[in-house]
Design a protein around this ligand. Structure first.
Ligand SMILES: C[S@@+](CC[C@H](N)C(=O)[O-])C[C@H]1O[C@@H](n2cnc3c(N)ncnc32)[C@H](O)[C@@H]1O
Length: 265
């Protein structure tokens, strides 16, 4: 039996590894930067806003929010290696004054109540063992009138094939993914008012296509680098093929939702 802390640590170690960086390139979640912009646009951001990205990974979204929207961006991620990497990137881009990165847990955010104007979480809620607690934390750190924006992998759990169940599939954001209405119920249960809920399943197909192409290219051009990661890459093609089929038959997808913290709960 894998504990919640083991799942978080495994996910954090995987997504801060060079192997995953090699595979993902700049494509950090389905929909890429275009879907991040759509999410950010729905949050009504202005330059005086302080925005938190929960599970900020390598910091792409926080840097985009600071650079493209002029906000102060905070990122929090479970992986200390990610925090260190992204601090270096921020310094290189001259954004150090407008971004802050902290190592921490989405289920126990290391921030005071009501300090953020907006909270984002992309492609990560699906991996959190206690999603209800994480959503309550998003609501707690938001000021009244502030908005939360989430994009994530959706799934119909009892239709997932065996290849898409288990720890590897959990880390790949699939095994514990939920239908859109279950995600939408999380902010509502935390007292937030729903604003928008959209399906973006084609983003999932494009991400799987990218991963297949990237894996093939790396096998041809960088086989020693792949082997050096110590990962059993033979497991990847069947997992990706099963994911492709699951998107086609409506079992897997990707979604965006936003919600607002009422002034008078
Ligand atoms: C699929 S990646 C998504 C990264 C980023 N949001 C993006 O879209 O590029 C999942 C991220 O969640 C982080 N993570 C996993 N569990 C976490 C937790 N309990 N608290 C904070 N971060 C967590 C991992 O370290 C990893 O960076």
């Amino acid at each position: 039996m894998t504990s919640g802390d083991d799942v978080k640590a495994c996910c954090a170690a995987t997504y801060s590894s060079d192997a995953v960086a090699l595979l993902l390139c700049d494509y950090h979640h389905p929909g890429g930067t275009a879907l991040t912009r759509r999410l950010a646009d729905g949050l009504g951001l202005t330059p005086d806003h302080r925005v938190l990205d929960v599970a900020s990974g390598r910091g792409t979204t926080v840097l985009l929010l600071a650079d493209g929207y002029g906000c102060h961006g905070d990122g929090v991620d479970y992986a200390p290696a990610n925090t260190a990497l992204v601090r270096d990137a921020a310094a290189r881009l001259g954004l150090t004054e407008r971004v802050t990165f902290t190592t921490g847990d989405a289920e126990q955010l290391p921030f005071a109540d009501g300090v953020f104007d907006a909270v984002l979480c992309e492609c990560a809620l699906c991996t959190f063992p206690d999603k209800t607690k994480a959503a309550a934390e998003f609501a707690r750190v938001l000021r009244p009138g502030g908005r939360v924006g989430i994009t994530d992998v959706t799934a119909i759990p009892d239709r997932l094939p065996p290849e898409l169940i288990g720890l590897a599939a959990h880390i790949a954001c699939v095994a514990d993914a939920r239908p859109l209405d279950e995600y939408a119920a999380l902010p509502s249960a935390a007292g937030l008012r729903p604003l928008r809920a959209e399906h973006h399943d084609q983003a999932m197909t494009r991400m799987i296509d990218h991963l297949e192409a990237r894996l093939n290219l790396l096998h041809l051009t960088s086989a020693p680098a792949l082997t050096a990661t110590g990962i059993d890459w033979k497991a990847a093609p069947p997992l990706l093929a099963a994911a492709h089929t699951a998107v086609t038959d409506g079992t897997l997808g990707y979604a965006l939702l936003t919600a607002e913290k009422p002034h008078n709960p």
